[in-house]
Design a protein around this ligand. Structure first.
Ligand SMILES: [Zn+2]
Length: 110
């Protein structure tokens, strides 16, 4: 789960990525995973809870590539005109983790 590195509050990925929509080339970033992750690393986010700023590289490194995949899978979930992410990225990630667990269980034949 993404957390603010300053105050420790849980952050919603959709709100975090929304801040990145101010980048003019955000749409192009979605075409290249490495470019996207690099831009995320170097982006200065503002925590909606404590108002402090932090670098994207302080966020969960395992979840960021999944966020990239989800954004690509559901491109219609990004409202560029209004600068909104309509996808519930945080919920989708939780579901993704659940399905992985499920796969592991089924894989073990339980
Ligand atoms: Zn904070």
């Amino acid at each position: 789960m993404a957390r603010c590195p300053i105050c420790g509050e849980a952050l919603k990925w959709e709100e975090i990525i929304e801040q990145m929509l101010t980048l003019e080339d955000f749409e192009n970033l979605l075409e290249d995973r490495d470019e996207f992750l690099k831009a995320l690393d170097e982006f200065v986010f503002r925590c909606p809870h404590c108002g402090e700023e932090f670098w994207g590289r302080a966020l969960d490194r395992r979840e960021a590539p999944k966020v990239f995949e989800l954004l690509n899978e559901f491109k219609g979930g990004i409202d560029y005109k209004n600068g909104k992410i309509r996808l519930k990225l945080t919920n989708l990630l939780a579901l993704d983790v659940m399905l992985e667990e499920w796969d592991r269980k089924v894989g073990r034949g339980i």
